[in-house]
Design a protein around this ligand. Sequence first.
Ligand SMILES: C[S@@+](CC[C@H](N)C(=O)[O-])C[C@H]1O[C@@H](n2cnc3c(N)ncnc32)[C@H](O)[C@@H]1O
Length: 293
Amino acid sequence: MTVEESQKKRRFGRTLRELFQIAGLFLVPSRNRSNSLYSMLSTHNNLAEKSLYLNLGFWETATSYDEACQALAEKLGDLAGIAKDDLVLDCGFGFGDQDALWLKRHEPAKISALNITGSQVTLAKERFPDPRLDFIEGSATTLAFANDHFDKVLALESAFHFKTRDDFLKEALRVLKPGGCLAMADIVQARAPANLSERLAEYGGRALWQIPSGNLCEIPEYRKRLEQAGFVKISIEAIGDKVYKPFENFAQSRLHDPEVVARLNPLIRKMWSIPNSGALALEYVMVRAEKPS
Ligand SMILES: C[S@@+](CC[C@H](N)C(=O)[O-])C[C@H]1O[C@@H](n2cnc3c(N)ncnc32)[C@H](O)[C@@H]1O
């Protein structure tokens, strides 16, 4: 067998395995399987070229996916106001690009970074070996840290996965110092599904992307839950117009590139080719809130 044939065979095996894993996500959607989802997506089912970011990006001036993802990470780090010598907790860090970025831009004393996907934790440790970055495997809903410990808690496009986000909010409040800040780039509903086909699209989207049902709510309800958890000075900025459609346009422009065709699972490629922001009626928010002093 030639090298090319054996590569093709390996890729076929991987594709088949991933298709079964995707089917598994739909079987018991109430069980949170974010770690299976992200283990399956791995490094190859990704549109990035220079980084391994996994968010939808902030498309104000960006012309590539890498730039847009970094712009979103910068926007969140700035919103949190990460300061020199801060103790930072980052929940849901992907492959660690955002933590390396924030370390360089803001020089916090330490970033403790938590991720439920073991393979991402392993790779982040290899990619960014720095004593000020502590990559830990675990869930954002049960934080193994003391009360009043961190200056900042961040979640970059991850809190919508947490089972549940409300549990995370309680934990974030507990581990923040009085006056400390929580900052999230997060996904919310623009409006509730209006008919059966929208309800089905939402069900499918939630199953595939592993979003617990209670986590999808509109902005007023989102604000209420932050207040109920005990946060104050809450700001919520809707930026969906600079996220969903530009990401969709970019993804669709890349989907026929031979390199992307060879790398991406065909089902994931198909998924990116379906304009989804309309059907799912989603909004994208930048959120900042503080623990009372
Ligand atoms: C959409 S990705 C975003 C990754 C990264 N923040 C970025 O922007 O590239 C969501 C991340 O949240 C992580 N995640 C999901 N559920 C989690 C949980 N309960 N606790 C910690 N991390 C979680 C996933 O493993 C994944 O790394």
